[in-house]
Design a protein around this ligand. Structure first.
Ligand code: BMP
Length: 227
C-alpha cells in the first residue's frame, strides 16, 4: 500500500457544501465564512453552471482554502483515472469516490490522487436512501482502509453508520452530510464520532450564515442527539 497522510486538517470541523448555482452568491458566502470552515466542497452545481474554467477561477481566488471535489466518481478504472487527473490539475486538495464500484476501479485513481498529494474520501452510505450501501457497510469500510483512503463520507442522518465506521476505520476522517434540511441536528454527527459536518443549505439559505455557523460550532455538545 502507498503512504499518504491526509492534507485536510480539522479545526472547526465544518465543511461548506457550496451548491449555490450563482457564482456571485458562492463568492459572497465564501468571503463571509471562509475562515470558519476547514474545507469547501464543490460539485456538479459549479461544474455544470460554470465549467472547469469557472471552477478553476473559484479555486484560484481562494488559494488558502482546501477545496474538495465532490463528483462522486463511480466509473471504470481508466475513466476514473482521467477524472482524477483533471481534478488534480484544477488544484483540488481532496476528492470523493463512490465505494460500490469495488477495489479494481478504485485502486489506480486513488494512487494517482495520492501521488499528487490529493486526499481521497470514500462514500460508504447515503444520507437519503442508500439501503444497498447500508447492507454492506462493514465490507466497504474495510475495503477503504485496505486501499489506504484518507477517510469516509458517512451520513449525519445515520448515526449508527458513523459509529460503526469509526469502530472499523480507527482514526480515518469521517465527513458527514445531511445536517439541517435533510434532518440531522448540527453537532450530532460529531457527537457520534464524525470529524467534520458537511453543511450546504443550512448556511446558504440563512440571511446571516456567519452568525449561524459561529452558533453551531459554539453549541456543540449541548444538544440531545438521537442514537
Ligand atoms: P445540504 O447540506 O444542503 O443538505 O447538502 C448536502 C451536501 O452533501 C450536498 O452537496 C450533497 O451532494 C452532499 N451529500 C449528501 O447530501 N448526502 C450524501 O449521502 C452524500 C453527499 O455527498
Amino acid at each position: 500500500m502507498h503512504t499518504h497522510s491526509a492534507v485536510l486538517v480539522r479545526r472547526s470541523g465544518v465543511v461548506l457544501a457550496l451548491d449555490a448555482p450563482s457564482i456571485d452568491a458562492s463568492m459572497r458566502l465564501l468571503e463571509d465564512v471562509a475562515d470558519l470552515v476547514d474545507a469547501v466542497k464543490l460539485g456538479w452545481f459549479q461544474l455544470l453552471e460554470h465549467g472547469p474554467q469557472g471552477v478553476l477561477g473559484i479555486i484560484r481566488r481562494f488559494p488558502e482554502i482546501y477545496f474538495l471535489a465532490d463528483l462522486k466518481i463511480a466509473d471504470v478504472d481508466h475513466v476514473n483515472s482521467y477524472i482524477v487527473r483533471r481534478i488534480v490539475e484544477m488544484n483540488f486538495k481532496g476528492l470523493i469516490m463512490h465505494s460500490f464500484i469495488g477495489s479494481i476501479n478504485l485502486k489506480s485513481p486513488i494512487g494517482i490522487a495520492h501521488s499528487n498529494g490529493v486526499d481521497v474520501y470514500l462514500l460508504v452510505s447515503m444520507s437519503t436512501g442508500g439501503e444497498l450501501y447500508d447492507a454492506h457497510l462493514d465490507r466497504l469500510v474495510r475495503m477503504g482502509v485496505e486501499l489506504g483512503v484518507d477517510g469516509f463520507v458517512v451520513p449525519a442522518t445515520k448515526p449508527w453508520a458513523i459509529r460503526r465506521t469509526r469502530e472499523i476505520a480507527g482514526d480515518k476522517h469521517i465527513l458527514s452530510p445531511g445536517v439541517g434540511p435533510q434532518g440531522a441536528s448540527p453537532g450530532c454527527a460529531i457527537a457520534n464520532g464524525a470529524d467534520f459536518e458537511i453543511m450546504g443549505r443550512l448556511l446558504m439559505n440563512d440571511p446571516r450564515p456567519r452568525d449561524l455557523l459561529i452558533e453551531v460550532i459554539k453549541s456543540r455538545g449541548t444538544r440531545e442527539c438521537s442514537p
